[in-house]
Design a protein around this ligand. Structure first.
Ligand code: FMN
Length: 339
């Protein structure tokens, strides 16, 4: 099954039907996000297409319209990878544009811009990567950044049964080691920016997690209690199911756990206007296996897309040192990296 129809897929030398390429260089030669840049390239392509049509090359013109690239002679080129053009006019990202003291301040500024420009849906969405020991096997998943403070980046999750939980803190078995190193990666296409964070992860105290937990709708708090995140849900064989589609595929187990949690804490109460209502005694405690995770950064990289893959990259590395009073001092180096 093709996942994404390549546009148009050139035959690849040496390829056989056994190892058919389902995706091959799929992006056309357009900037990835700048509307102005996109309009300029579309206009160039349209003008060139019109020239080819005027010269009588209808077949070549139709191929141009689909690929968006051409040689002066009119023959279509293979699809080109997208360009990052938005920051060319402003000279890209320079060292002077960065906060000289803290990557947290710098992240905060970029995050505010990602929120402000609109068109970046949920800039708090990021990839959390962890690695288990002793295998070194890496695992990544999307999470939401929920808090940023002077110490680091906070997200919320289940640490009792999830893979991230066992990677970071061990699974409780005798040979299991936790590996507290974790990374977060953000991609804000509308600004052509990536941020990479590497650091050590620590759990937030329950009292701090409770503050965020209380902001979630009751159904989500019940859900946190009910779900054994990433545990396998075994199907229940339903003798009365007439058709295969009526048979349970494992969801019944989750619904049973939700019903148990609702029985323990009480289901959601609603006012006449449908709004959720809750009194002090309806409050739900944060589960001990659930809560906040703070990633305290050791390295933070800010990446700004530029033309021809000649991107601007600056990395902050934490320098560990002590002041005269023996107190740990926060200091960072900033270096430019080659794209
Ligand atoms: C957009 C999006 C946001 C998500 N946010 C979170 C989150 O904040 N916390 C969380 O535990 N899982 C979140 N998930 C689910 C995770 O990707 C993942 O399925 C889950 O945490 C179990 O992963 P693990 O067993 O590898 O730890 C999110 C998924 C998506 C698609």
């Amino acid at each position: 099954m093709a996942l994404y129809p390549p546009s148009p897929a050139p035959p690849v030398a040496g390829s056989s039907t056994k190892n058919e390429k389902l995706i091959f260089a799929p992006s056309p030669d357009t900037p990835l996000s700048s509307p102005a840049g996109q309009a300029a390239i579309a206009a160039r392509a349209a003008a060139h297409t019109a020239k080819v049509i005027a010269a009588g090359g209808a077949a070549a013109a139709s191929s141009l319209a689909s690929s968006g690239t051409s040689t002066p002679g009119g023959a279509a080129l293979p699809p080109r990878a997208g360009q990052f053009l938005q920051h060319e006019g402003q000279g890209g990202l320079r060292r002077n544009d960065l906060d000289p003291v803290s990557p947290i301040t710098q992240f905060h500024a970029w995050f505010a811009e990602a929120k402000a420009i609109g068109g970046i849906a949920h800039p708090e969405t990021c990839t959390l990567s962890t690695a288990s020991l002793p295998s070194g096997r890496v695992s990544a998943r999307i999470v939401y950044l929920k808090e940023l403070d002077r110490q680091g980046f906070v997200l919320y999750s289940n640490f009792g049964t999830s893979k991230k939980g066992s990677d970071l803190f061990g699974d409780g078995s005798e040979n299991s080691e936790g590996n507290s190193w974790a990374s977060l990666t953000f991609w804000w296409e509308g600004l052509e920016r990536q941020v990479r964070i590497e650091g050590r992860a620590t759990r937030l105290p329950a009292a701090e997690s409770q503050v965020y937990f209380d902001t979630r709708v009751r159904g989500s708090r019940i859900g946190a209690w009910a779900s054994r995140q990433s545990a396998v849900l075994e199907p229940k064989k339903d003798v009365d199911a007439k058709e295969e589609k009526d048979e349970d595929d494992g969801r019944a187990q989750l619904e049973k756990w939700v019903a148990e949690a609702e029985a323990q804490f009480g289901a959601t109460k609603k006012a006449e206007d449908g709004a959720e209502v809750e009194s002090e005694e309806d409050k739900i405690p944060v589960p001990s296996f659930w809560g906040g995770l703070r990633i305290v950064p050791e390295r933070v990289e800010f990446w700004q897309g530029r033309q021809n893959r000649l991107h601007d990259r600056f990395v902050y590395d934490r320098v560990h040192s002590e002041g005269a009073d023996g107190e740990a001092k926060e200091a960072w180096t900033i270096q430019r990296l080659s794209p």
